[in-house]
Design a protein around this ligand. Structure first.
Ligand code: KIV
Length: 272
């Protein structure tokens, strides 16, 4: 079956809901470029998030605040070209949806039309209710994001665990219900106590994907550069590193330099 016709096991928002209902855990990773997205999709990842964490890992910024809508569309366009099976969710960047619902709709329409992404993700609950509704009413699938929401880092002042206090936990629970009622197809919960994440996952019928939110949710997401050990200086407790690509890549580079200096590369077989 051709890519244009689609394939039977293509991940859809509907399929994610079925996975939750049947207790099949959802695997999600970030990607920002064609080559990485191709590897993750070939490996069978369910959801690829074109995260605004591109601001940190691709552009070297301290926060996700500076990344623009044009940057996100550029990253998402590269990812979409590589993907055959995964659902591609694109982060709506800071400053392109908080103003009002018309701005949110305009931004999300640009993402969908220009990148070919399948869904968008926005940070927040009640505060952005109108924006979420307006985007959903245009037929664009929306994923929510609660708990530690990095676009608000200057309000929080720190990247520590959120919603440890009763009041914030209650607001998070009611925001999660609201996102479900509005029609979001899923929610990311970032860096909150595992017990609270469990309560939220049990209280809604849409999939809840955790990052630093413990095991009792419907799936997990990590930033791919952290998971592969490319990132050096970010090792939070919730991160499991599945490879040490930093060492692999550094050693390969050192060997390349050595072979050039010694005249070993290129050899006869590598020449025309
Ligand atoms: O931008 C991102 O990578 C994210 C994940 C941390 C969920 O939003």
């Amino acid at each position: 079956m051709s890519k244009a016709q689609g394939s039977f096991d293509k991940l859809t928002t509907h399929r994610l809901r079925e996975m939750k209902a049947s207790g099949e855990k959802i695997a999600m990773l970030t990607a920002y470029d064609y080559s990485m997205a191709r590897i993750l999709d070939d490996a069978g990842i369910d959801v690829i998030l074109v995260g605004d964490s591109a601001s940190n890992v691709m552009a070297g910024n301290e926060t996700t605040v500076p990344i623009t809508l044009d940057h996100m569309i550029w990253h998402a366009t590269s990812v979409v070209k590589a993907v055959n099976r995964a659902l591609v969710v694109v982060d709506v960047p800071f400053g392109s949806y908080q103003g009002n619902s018309s701005e949110a709709l305009r931004s999300c329409i640009r993402i969908m039309k220009e990148s070919g992404g399948h869904a968008v993700k926005m940070e927040g609950g009640l505060e952005i209710k109108e924006s979420i509704s307006r985007v959903l009413s245009a037929g664009i699938p929306v994923m929510g994001h609660l708990g530690l929401t990095p676009q608000s880092i200057y309000k929080f002042g720190t990247y520590t665990v959120r919603a440890k206090e009763e009041e914030e936990a209650e607001k998070l629970k009611s925001d999660a219900k609201l996102l479900e009622e509005l029609g979001c197809f899923g929610i990311v919960l970032e860096k909150i106590p595992a017990q609270l994440a469990k309560e939220v996952a049990e209280s809604v019928s849409i999939p809840v994907i955790g990052i630093g939110a413990g095991p009792h949710v419907d799936g997990q997401v990590l930033v791919v550069h952290d998971m592969l050990g490319i990132t050096q200086d970010f090792k939070p407790r919730f991160l499991r590193q599945y490879a040490d690509l930093n060492t692999v890549m550094r050693d390969a580079t050192t060997n390349f330099i050595k072979d050039i200096r010694s005249g070993d590369f290129p050899n006869e077989k590598e020449s025309y």
